[in-house]
Structures are given as structure tokens and as C-alpha cells.
Ligand binder design. Structure first.
Ligand code: MRU
Length: 356
């Protein structure tokens, strides 16, 4: 998608290094960063220079390639794969991508190993781009239906950033929006700010602005009243881990939006590539929920009067804070899952039928 009218993907390999857009600096600074070692990759995932489940997966795949470049001894590759998987716990795409790389590299002990690793990492990224494009084409039909009935601007609410910055390109939740916009359907997006890291305000609104899609940032607690007032036609969110039961783990606050949508008969869709499905865990209470540094809550960063980035404390110095990064929305609150293969019910039968 575009930044200042130039097309980008979120990650690529060039001149022997992995290039990423540093998302900790957006929207105020656009910085392309070089990652040269598997350590750099692990750090970029941990501090969220790259984030969003599919992009974390793609980045980890390149991390495996950089590990091979550094030292192709099987012990080092194995150790790197474990450290990569541990870099963030909730998004299943991370483990999925590392396992896929390990499978590809297993038993290769000749000088072709680096090329094989780089090719597989690129394939993982290319596949994600294609899947996200398909999610958009499938999800477009839902927006078209709403527009056909309403004959007026379609208002969509989204949470966090499940946009192209969270994937390799297109996004998951935003892909149907981009496709509908390209088809000329009038749209307006309610963007949840998404405290504490403000992925909605900093990233979703930023990327929608770049694509010239009307949007309004709202505080995370505003969605409910907008739904009661009939100002939301549908919600679309992404996911970090979708259980085979149809329960969906996504950015903290998603669950409360789903409850409000359910109470107001607003359709609530979740968009995902199949790499986000966890076929093993059956009980949502077993999903590892990331707990991040409370400083993400107690401090806030923005531009000061000299246009310089500054971080300031906004809580009482003595207060404690709890920073859980994700929550789970039970399947019963989800209208449908928009996948690369089509739209299905959030249930084990429907998911099995579509993917197994
Ligand atoms: O903590 P983040 O910013 O990595 O969380 C991202 C989300 O929760 C997204 O909604 C999810 O990864 C889906 S991305 C297409």
C-alpha cells in the first residue's frame, strides 16, 4: 500500500539485510531500518518495531534466514528458532512461520542453505500478501451487501491495527475496506485509538489517511454509544490467534467491542489468514496472553512544541498498572470469519470444513 504515494511492503530483503518500516516511530517519523542479525530481528519483534500477527510471522521467517547467514550449524539454527518463538507469546503466526522454516531447513548441510532459507522467507511473505488480498475480495461482498441496502456511506468500526502495516501488505481487517474503496463504495471508518500503544490512532488512521479513506479516531470506550445511535454498520477486526473452536484472541478491548456489537445487532467480523489458526489449543484459557511493561500505560509519547518525540509520565508516580495486551472474544459473539478461502461461521465444524 502507499505512503506518500509510494508503494511499500512492510518487510523486504535488500543488499544482504532485512528492511523494515520502524512502527515505533509512526506516524511522526517514517524510518526504514536495517536488521542484520537474528538478534536484531528478535529485538524488533519484542519492542514492536514490527508488530501484527502476520508481519511478526514474516519477520521471524527472515530471522531464521539471518540466523543461517550468521552460522549454519544446526545447534545455532535450533537455538535461534527457540529464541524467536519466545520473542512474543500470543500471535501464533510467529511459531507457525518458524516451524515452517525449520521444516524446510532440516537436514540441509550444504552451501545452498542460505538461498533456501531466503527463498522460503520470501514465499511466506508473498503468500501472506496473496492471502490478505483474497481476504479483501471475500470481505468486499459483505460491504457491498450493506451498501446495496443502505445506499449511503458504510460506517465500519475497527480496533487496533489489522491494516497493511500489521501484515506484509493489504492488512486483514482493512483489506475489505481497501477493496471497497477502490470500487468506489463510500466508506467511513471509526478507528479505536487502542490504548495503551495506540495502534489505531498511530497506525490505522495513518494508513487510511495515506489511502484517502475517511476515518475518525475515537477513544476506546466510544464504540458502544456509536452502536446504540446506529452509527456503526459493521465491525471488522483482526486476530492474533484463532482457536479451532472459533474463539478469537486479539488486541485487548476487542471482546468489549464484540459484546457491544452483539447487544446492538451490529455484525462483528474477524479477518484472518489461515496461518493465524491454532489447531491445538481447545480452551481459550490456555492461550498465552502477553503481559507487557506497565510503562506502556503510565507513559505516553508524542511530539513536543519543537516537533521532537517526547515521552511523559501521565499516572501518579506511586500507582501500579497492569498491561495485558490481548483478550479473547468467544465464538458466539462473532458473525463470521473472513479468511483467504471465504467467509465461514466461527465454529469448529465450519473451520474444519474450510481448511482440513
Ligand atoms: O500488539 P500488536 O500491535 O502486535 O497487536 C496486533 C493486533 O492485535 C492485530 O489486531 C492482530 O495482530 C491482527 S493483524 C492483521
Amino acid at each position: 500500500m502507499k505512503i506518500e504515494n509510494k508503494e511499500y511492503r512492510t518487510i523486504w530483503f535488500e543488499n544482504n539485510v532485512v528492511k523494515i518500516i520502524d512502527q515505533t516511530k509512526l506516524p511522526h517519523q517514517f524510518i526504514i531500518k536495517d536488521l542484520k542479525t537474528v538478534k536484531d530481528i528478535i529485538n524488533a519483534i519484542k519492542v514492536m518495531e514490527v508488530r501484527g500477527a502476520p508481519l511478526i510471522g514474516g519477520t521471524a521467517a527472515y530471522g531464521m534466514a539471518l540466523a543461517v547467514k550468521e552460522n549454519s550449524h544446526p545447534d545455532f539454527i535450533k537455538k535461534s528458532s527457540v529464541s524467536l518463538i519466545q520473542s512474543r507469546p500470543t500471535a501464533i503466526n510467529l511459531k507457525w512461520a518458524v516451524d515452517r522454516m525449520m521444516k524446510k531447513l532440516l537436514g540441509i548441510n550444504n552451501d545452498k542453505i542460505l538461498n533456501i532459507a531466503l527463498k522460503e522467507a520470501k514465499e511466506i511473505c508473498d503468500e501472506d500478501e496473496k492471502f490478505c488480498e483474497n481476504i479483501g475480495l471475500k470481505g468486499l461482498k459483505i460491504i457491498e451487501e450493506i451498501y446495496k441496502k443502505k445506499k449511503n456511506t458504510v460506517n465500519i468500526l475497527t480496533h487496533c491495527n489489522a491494516g497493511w502495516l500489521a501484515t506484509i501488505n493489504w492488512g486483514t481487517a482493512t483489506s475489505p475496506i481497501y477493496h471497497a474503496h477502490k470500487k468506489g463504495i463510500p466508506l467511513h471508518v471509526w478507528v479505536d485509538e487502542t490504548r495503551p500503544r495506540n495502534q489505531g490512532a498511530n497506525l490505522t488512521s495513518y494508513e487510511l489517511n495515506e489511502e484517502k479513506i475517511p476515518n475518525t479516531i475515537i477513544a476506546d470506550n466510544t464504540g458502544g454509544i456509536l452502536m446504540q445511535r446506529g452509527k456503526v454498520d459493521m465491525c471488522i477486526v483482526g486476530t492474533d490467534r484463532t482457536l479451532s473452536t472459533g474463539d478469537v484472541c486479539n488486541k485487548i478491548g476487542t471482546y468489549l467491542k464484540a459484546l457491544a456489537a452483539y447487544d446492538n445487532n451490529v455484525p462483528f467480523y474477524v479477518a484472518l489468514p489461515s496461518s493465524t489458526i491454532d489447531w491445538d489449543i481447545k480452551n481459550f484459557k490456555d492461550i498465552p496472553i502477553e503481559e507487557r511493561n506497565p510503562m506502556e500505560l503510565s507513559h505516553i509519547e508524542g511530539l513536543d512544541e519543537n516537533n521532537e518525540l517526547k515521552k511523559v509520565l501521565i499516572y501518579p508516580k506511586k500507582s501500579k498498572a497492569l498491561n495485558l495486551a490481548f483478550d479473547v472474544t468467544p465464538a458466539k459473539y462473532i458473525t463470521g470469519l473472513i479468511t483467504e478461502k471465504g467467509i465461514c461461521e466461527a465454529s469448529s465444524e465450519a473451520l474444519k470444513k474450510m481448511f482440513r
